[in-house]
Structure formats: structure tokens, C-alpha cells
Design a protein around this ligand. Structure first.
Ligand code: ZN
Length: 165
């Protein structure tokens, strides 16, 4: 079976960025996903399209095919009061490099990384950690099966390596 829309591939992968391994999945705990519904970054799905079990793959994604270019506008300075909970600044949230779950004006969840704390101002970077980066993927297609109607409906994989519900 080939990887096409609404198939569920099980794949190993190693993700290298700037010469370092930032993420991986091995044979005992492979990555599984419903293909063709935007579960993965566009370039990842495009490069796996049409491959079959037993195939080794290797490709490089430009930022545009992955998490997008780095956006200077997404670096913002916030008053430290933004981080107050019950009248107190949560200092333990404000370590440099720490990722803080926040919300935009519309209540959508977004992660910000603490870049700098100067007096009452916190500089946060809301870019994805991999924005502006070239992603180097390599791995093997272990298995390809059809997604169940429920998996297509939910947009995620059920069973081993997926949601249990
Ligand atoms: Zn589900």
C-alpha cells in the first residue's frame, strides 16, 4: 500500500536541525498519523506521498515547507503584570528559554518563549521553535494501512501510538 490521503503510515524518523538531532521516533514507538489532512507540516506529507512500507527516506524541508519563516513581528515586549496570577508575578515562569503557554487576544492558545526579562518588561518570542529553520528528516516507512472512518473523522490515529478513547 502506498501513502496517500487517508492512509495511516507508521514511520521512524530523525529530525536534524543545524546539525543537531532535535527529535526522533524509533521502531518501538514509531510516528503514526492520518495522511493528507494537515496533521504534519506540508513538506513532510508531500515527501512521503506515494512511498510504501520498507522504504527508507531522506529529505530536507525549507522553512516555507515546514514551520514558516522567522517573523520579527512575533517578538513582543509584554508588561510583567501579564504574568501575574492572583496578584503575584509567577517568577518561576520567567526563566530565559522557558516556553510559556499563553493566549492571543482572541483566546487562541499560543506558546511564547521567554527571551529576556528587564525590570518590568518581558520580551517573548511567539515564533515556533523551528520557524526559519531547515529541517532534515530521515527514516523508514514501517507500515501503511487504511485509516478507519473514526480516525478520519477525528483527525488522529487510534490504538497503539495514537489516542486511546
Ligand atoms: Zn479519536
Amino acid at each position: 500500500m502506498k501513502i496517500t490521503k487517508h492512509m495511516v503510515p507508521s514511520v521512524t524518523y530523525t529530525l536534524m536541525v543545524d546539525g543537531e538531532v532535535v527529535d526522533m521516533a524509533e521502531k518501538d514507538k514509531p510516528l503514526t498519523f492520518v495522511h493528507g489532512i494537515g496533521a504534519m507540516v506540508p513538506g513532510f506529507e508531500k515527501n512521503l506521498e506515494g512511498l510504501t512500507a520498507g522504504t527508507n527516506y531522506k529529505f530536507t524541508l525549507s522553512p516555507e515547507e515546514a514551520y514558516g519563516p522567522y517573523d520579527e513581528q512575533a517578538v513582543v515586549s509584554l508588561p510583567i503584570s501579564t504574568f501575574m496570577v492572583e496578584g503575584k508575578v509567577k517568577k518561576e515562569m520567567l526563566n530565559i528559554g522557558q516556553v510559556v503557554p499563553m493566549q492571543d487576544q482572541n483566546g487562541n492558545p499560543m506558546n511564547g518563549t521567554v527571551m529576556e526579562v528587564t525590570g518590568d518588561v518581558v520580551k517573548m518570542d511567539f515564533n515556533h521553535m523551528l520557524a526559519g529553520k531547515e529541517l532534515n528528516f530521515a527514516g523508514e516507512i514501517l507500515e501503511v494501512r487504511e485509516a478507519t472512518p473514526a480516525e478520519i473523522d477525528h483527525g488522529h490515529v487510534h490504538g497503539p501510538g495514537g489516542h486511546e478513547h
